[in-house]
Design a protein around this ligand. Structure first.
Ligand code: FE2
Length: 395
């Protein structure tokens, strides 16, 4: 009898189920108030969301001690804090955004003309326009604008705060046209994109692992008043471990519909949030605002990103642009731009052909790019070295 009980308790601990989700337990965790005093670098708390003034963040990270403190603060804001942070004025120079918007418009027009583009798993056809893998398409279309765009220090600091270094950037543009309907409340990749039947097969520690494998972000490409439908969030909801399963249940959906919050954004603001936060894009009730956001999904070096990205092709294209921008971009800007482009991690590789030199890990694509920039390689020499490195990784 005692053994049976032990076995049942253990199985219930390890195997989370949709049936066992409890709204009362969820409310005990998620109904918290975000206290500004806990986040000394933040500017304010609005609707339970932390608001940072990007200029102050950039000033605070200028010295190593300040940087360490800010990274830790943002890390905890995503973890046990509200799970969502707005960085106001992350792009002071919004002409960088405008140029990127123009590139995205052209890509969307081309998709319409050629009837390409993969559609959207969340929306009805025509309600919105998507650019999958906007990261690579942006880089190939205008590497100089890509460099300025991803040189952004807030993108780098938020990504590193949650994921550590060597993160893998991916991005998708979502343009929601007037009338575009809201998404249903969800969590994001990895477990967020699976059915209950699949989710229930993963032990509880994987439910805790999934949120630290990615970070969600959005760059506001236009002003987004509430009527245009900026993202709906439920702060603190990421702390409920069974949340991937809970969102399949009606009472949790109803709770989200009743309690979610929404913040207006201005062009150049950045929002980052824990992928396990309950959220959904809002309905665009405006008459004439095409709500455009570039959605960043940043993956841990140790995870599998959602999209395939040809980082070799991107790096070969970005390299000449970075050489040209030397003097205009700071060293940190260049490091940030490279981090969003080149592969920053050594594995997987073929250790027969790509042995580690002077350590345990072979040279990364990002390291190769920094070396080439420092030593002023020709574009051809760098492209050849990239190809040779990629070749070594093959079996
Ligand atoms: Fe999402």
């Amino acid at each position: 009898m005692k053994t049976d009980n032990l076995q049942k308790l253990r199985a219930d601990r390890v195997w989370l189920t949709e049936d066992a989700c409890d709204l009362g337990d969820f409310r005990d965790l998620a109904e918290k108030t975000t206290l500004l005093a806990d986040y000394p670098n933040a500017d304010s708390v609005e609707k339970n969301v932390l608001i940072y003034d990007s200029r102050k963040v950039v000033a605070a990270i200028a010295d190593p001690e300040g940087r360490r403190a800010v990274l830790a603060e943002i890390c905890e804001a995503f973890g046990e804090g509200p799970g969502v942070v707005v960085f106001k004025g992350a792009y002071e120079n919004t002409s960088i955004i405008d140029r990127a918007s123009k590139i995205f418009d052209e890509i969307i027009e081309e998709q319409h003309r050629s009837s390409t583009g993969g559609g959207d798993h969340f929306a009805k056809p025509g309600a919105n326009d998507r650019i999958w893998n906007s990261l690579e398409k942006h880089c190939l279309a205008d590497p100089e604008n890509f460099a300025r765009y991803y040189a952004n220090p807030i993108i780098a600091i938020a990504s590193e705060a949650w994921l550590g270094p060597s993160y893998q950037m991916t991005a998708q543009v979502n343009r929601v046209n007037p009338g575009g309907a809201a998404q249903s409340a969800h969590r994001d990749y990895h477990l967020g994109f699976q059915s209950s039947k699949v989710i229930e097969q993963f032990p509880a520690h994987v439910h805790k692992l999934s949120p630290v494998l990615t970070l969600q972000g959005a760059v506001a490409h236009c002003d987004m008043p509430l009527e245009s439908g900026p993202t709906l969030f439920l702060p603190h909801s990421q702390t409920y471990v069974s949340g991937y399963l809970a969102l399949k249940r009606q009472e949790f959906k109803d709770y989200f519909d009743k309690h979610h919050i929404q913040l207006p954004l201005q062009k150049g603001d950045l929002v980052f949030f824990n992928p396990a936060l309950f959220h959904a894009a809002g309905t665009n009730r405006s008459a004439d605002i095409k709500r455009v956001a570039n959605l960043l999904q940043v993956s841990s070096a140790f995870g599998r990103a959602m999209e395939t990205v040809n980082r070799e092709r991107m790096s070969a294209k970005l390299f000449p642009a970075l050489k040209k921008l030397k003097g205009q971009l700071s060293e940190t800007d260049i490091v940030n731009a490279v981090a969003s482009c080149a592969e920053g991690y050594s594995f997987p590789t073929n250790l027969d052909r790509d042995p580690p030199v002077g350590g345990l890990a072979p040279k990364t694509q990002a390291q190769l790019m920094h070396e080439a920039l420092k030593e002023g390689w020709s574009d051809e020499a760098f492209a050849k070295a990239l190809a040779d490195q990629a070749e070594k990784k093959l079996t």
